[in-house]
Design a protein around this ligand. Structure first.
Ligand code: ZN
Ligand code: MN
Length: 484
């Protein structure tokens, strides 16, 4: 059964977070953390007599995305009304696109465990975001639904793939690449809550397609797909049919639940939006936007490998998050040891970000402060081990590394005289170990460990070992014993 082929397609709704206003009116698009229903006007609410007015910058932003996804651009695009009754859009239709979308037939190359694969893009179209439905507890048991229209009318770019992904890991890799592309274009900030929301469809062995709606994190896309593959395989194994339906991912319980029978396209009664004229997209406009495209993740990865001698893997980890790659490049330009700087960013900094569940932009320091810390290591002022601890404190407090080192008495003890004082103290307190070490070299390491602990790990371990060994040799000589 496990050999049954899985086909996964994605529909990704990406908010154009670079715009200050909504798509068809002048309401603010800054809705996060706002009281409900304050960013609304007659147009986005669809009150009688109001007319939509297309935000030209939204088209430009969507065009950037379509070009970055290697799509063919339609010279004429048309907005449609997608009719449905649902409380998240007070007009009872969504302005979207149907025939004549902005762009079609693109592709993105992903990489899963070192293997490259091309995922075809079926279409890229523009539409408005619906409002936000707020439930009490779970969607299927909530006694009521609250509606917040602040989000309604925000510009969305919908990216629809062909069903080219064959595993949850490939779907995740695609989403990460898409997010990185959007961030490099500075069209959509994927780290904002709800800025990228996915519908996934999945079928097994050429069977019925099931859609899972509105998954808001990449981790959940992977989990929902894994669950759905298991659910569908179990149904097939028991000889039951997989129903064509729309399901909801319940992230708390980690399962998908049936929402409704899947609606057909014809159910939406698409028709051209009579309040908006078709948009002509000229070659000049396309070329102007194309020539303004910044460096995209794939090109950046190649450059990082070339310029800093990084591995493919390192370049991939960095560019998965534009802010992280930017941080690295700034650090490398100041500190000037790219291999070390890369290791600090992806092994130390990224681990702390994940542990504290924060983004690069939440850091209360800049690459300059990390460079200062690394200069302290280079100058032997603090050990590498202390530096890791100081970096953690920097993430927690935002203080300058020098200040943290001073305040917490962190320095590197490498003076023999100073270490000898600690050795004397430890030899006094661990007479048993000293006796054992005189007889057995292996015990010396235990004593070194004690001395390091006594110095709060600030002493240079090599010098400490030399001092302890020398003391033991002297004791052996005093007793006329040869060194082992
Ligand atoms: Zn409005
Ligand atoms: Mn849509």
């Amino acid at each position: 059964m496990s050999g049954l082929q899985v086909k996964i397609g994605l529909e990704c709704h990406c908010q154009v977070t670079s715009l200050k206003t909504k798509m068809f009116c002048r309401c603010s698009s800054d809705y996060r953390g706002k009281p409900p229903n304050v960013n609304v006007c007659p147009t986005c609410l669809g009150l009688p007599g109001s007319l939509p007015y297309l935000n030209r910058r939204a088209v430009e932003e969507a065009l950037k995305v379509a070009l970055a996804l290697n799509c063919k651009i339609n010279r004429k695009m048309v907005f449609y009304r997608k009719n449905y009754f649902y409380p998240d859009l007070s007009k009872n239709f969504q302005i979207s696109q149907y025939d004549f979308p902005l762009a079609v037939d693109g592709y993105v190359t992903i990489n899963v465990n070192g293997r490259e694969k091309t995922i075809r893009i079926r279409r890229v179209h523009m539409e408005e975001d619906p409002g936000r439905l707020v439930y009490k507890g779970r969607i299927d048991t909530s006694p009521y639904t609250l509606v917040d229209y602040n989000r309604m009318g925000i510009a969305l770019i919908e990216v629809v793939t062909e069903p080219d992904m064959e595993s949850p890991a490939e779907a995740k890799a695609f989403l990460e690449e898409l997010r990185s592309i959007l961030e490099h274009l500075e069209v959509s900030d994927g780290s904002l809550e709800g800025s990228m929301r996915c519908d996934v469809n999945i079928s097994i062995a050429g069977g019925t397609r099931v859609e899972i709606k509105n998954i808001s994190s990449f981790k959940d896309v992977e989990k929902a797909l894994a669950y759905e593959i298991m659910r569908q395989r179990n149904l097939l194994r028991m000889g039951r049919e997989v129903k064509r339906e729309t399901r909801h991912w319940d992230e708390v319980r980690g399962i998908t639940v049936a929402l409704r029978a899947k609606e057909e396209e014809m159910d939406y009664r698409y028709f051209p939006e009579p309040d908006l004229v078709p948009v002509e997209i000229s070659d000049d406009f396309i070329e102007k936007v194309r020539s303004s495209l910044p460096e995209l993740p794939s090109a950046r990865r190649a450059r990082l490998v070339e310029q800093y001698n990084l591995t493919e893997y390192e370049a991939r980890v960095l560019t998965a998050d534009k802010q992280l790659a930017d941080f690295f490049e700034k650090l490398a330009s100041i500190h000037g040891k790219p291999k070390v700087d890369c290791s600090v960013v992806i092994n130390e900094l990224l681990r702390l970000l994940n542990e504290k569940n924060i983004e690069v932009r939440d850091l209360k320091f800049t690459p300059k402060e990390v460079a200062d810390l690394l200069f302290m290591v280079d100058e032997g002022v603090v050990s590498w081990k202390s530096a890791k601890y100081i970096l953690r404190r920097m993430v927690e407090t935002g203080e300058h590394p020098k200040k943290i080192a001073e305040a917490e008495g962190i320095r590197r003890i490498s003076s023999v005289e100073e270490i000898e004082k600690f050795v004397s103290k430890v030899f006094e307190e661990h007479k048993g170990d000293v006796e054992a070490a005189i007889k057995d070299d292996k015990v010396i390491h235990r004593l070194v460990g004690e001395v390091l602990k006594e110095t709060r790990m600030l002493a240079d371990p090599k010098i400490t070992f030399q001092v302890v060994s020398k003391r033991i040799r002297e004791l052996r000589a005093e007793r006329g014993l040869a060194s082992a």
